[in-house]
Design a protein around this ligand. Structure first.
Ligand code: SER
Length: 316
């Protein structure tokens, strides 16, 4: 197998996807790239790449004879709403250049889409795989346009592009940054340290979530799936749980009985969340490539608290 290039390798997903890919394919077979430099000595090849500079991507692809690009570098929803022009340049400009390099050097592409690719006019319960996609955020606009662009490169140029519509991703190694679903990560850190969390989304805000081990497994499974079995390319609905802040707090309370949640709603992020599905129908991912997440709310919460309990010191 030819080497894999990962963009945005130091972000929330890249931080855990890169080691998983290295474990499977060998440390030298995965080229981690990011705009930032890694804080510690990397365990395999690392290159500085700005995804808005096509020559920087193609230089690394040529040097390592890369066969697939996992393109994770992008702004999340709340940050993109704050800086819409920059979000368009980075999210669309980066993806377009990755696809162009993939076309020229015959690489496969993984591109994450999101629950943000849906909007107010989308059915919100059991949101189907194929449905209305008219998002009202810049993040959503770049995600829908990205899905279409990836499908276009597949049909027109034969680029093997594949994607997932990711829900909020819960993890303990690297933080997300600037997303609407970030509360579901912050809550664990605050619960372990302070037994108290002030949530920026309202108590009944129901959104899809998935734990990082299931996310990493799903990405690898999709990219290894036989193309003949895929009825869709960009992008598959995936999710492991559909939860509210109140339900997550109740689950945490089973482990930390005096945990308290209160609410100070951020109108921008609340409006974004209110435009997204409350639960996704993931049956097409199950049928096409056997998507089967292992962590539900209870299993994820128990593991998050155990892992963070080892890493964080409770405040006095
Ligand atoms: N986690 C993302 C966000 O909140 C959703 O794709 O922006």
């Amino acid at each position: 197998m030819k080497p894999i290039l990962v963009t945005g390798a130091l972000g929330q997903i890249g931080t855990e996807l890169v080691p998983a890919l290295r474990e499977r394919h060998g440390p030298e077979a995965v080229i981690a790239t990011d705009l930032r430099m890694p804080p510690d000595a990397p365990e395999g090849p690392f290159a500085h790449v700005d995804v808005t500079r096509q020559n920087q991507i193609s230089e690394v692809v040529r040097r390592y004879d890369v066969g697939s690009i996992y393109h994770l570098a992008a702004l999340l929803s709340a940050l993109a709403e704050d800086k819409p022009q920059f979000a368009w340049d980075l999210n669309m400009g980066g993806l377009y250049r990755v696809l162009e390099v993939a076309r020229q050097y015959d690489c496969a592409v993984f591109n994450p889409s999101s629950i943000g690719a849906f909007g107010h006019t989308t059915p919100r319960e059991r949101t189907p795989q194929d449905t209305i996609q008219r998002p009202s955020t810049m993040y959503g606009v770049t995600k829908v346009a990205g899905e279409l662009l990836c499908d276009y490169y597949a049909q027109r140029f034969g680029v093997d592009s594949r994607g997932l519509r990711l829900p909020g991703i819960i993890s303990y190694v690297a933080p997300p940054g600037g997303g609407t679903t970030d509360y579901a990560v912050d809550i664990f850190h605050q619960a372990v340290r302070y037994r108290h969390y002030t949530c920026f989304l309202g108590p009944e805000t129901r959104l899809d979530m998935m734990y990082m081990p299931d996310t990493v497994a799903a990405i690898m499974q999709l990219m290894e799936a036989d193309a003949n079995n895929l009825s869709h390319r960009n992008a598959f609905n995936v999710s492991a749980m559909s939860i509210t802040p109140e339900e997550l707090a109740a689950e945490i309370r089973k482990h930390i009985p005096d945990f308290v949640i209160d609410y100070d709603i951020d109108p921008v992020r609340q409006a974004i969340a209110d435009s997204w599905p409350r639960s996704l129908d993931v049956s097409v991912a199950r049928a096409d490539w056997e998507f089967e997440p292992r962590y539900d709310l209870a299993a994820m919460t128990a593991d998050m608290l155990e892992q963070l309990g080892r890493r964080l010191t409770p405040a006095k």
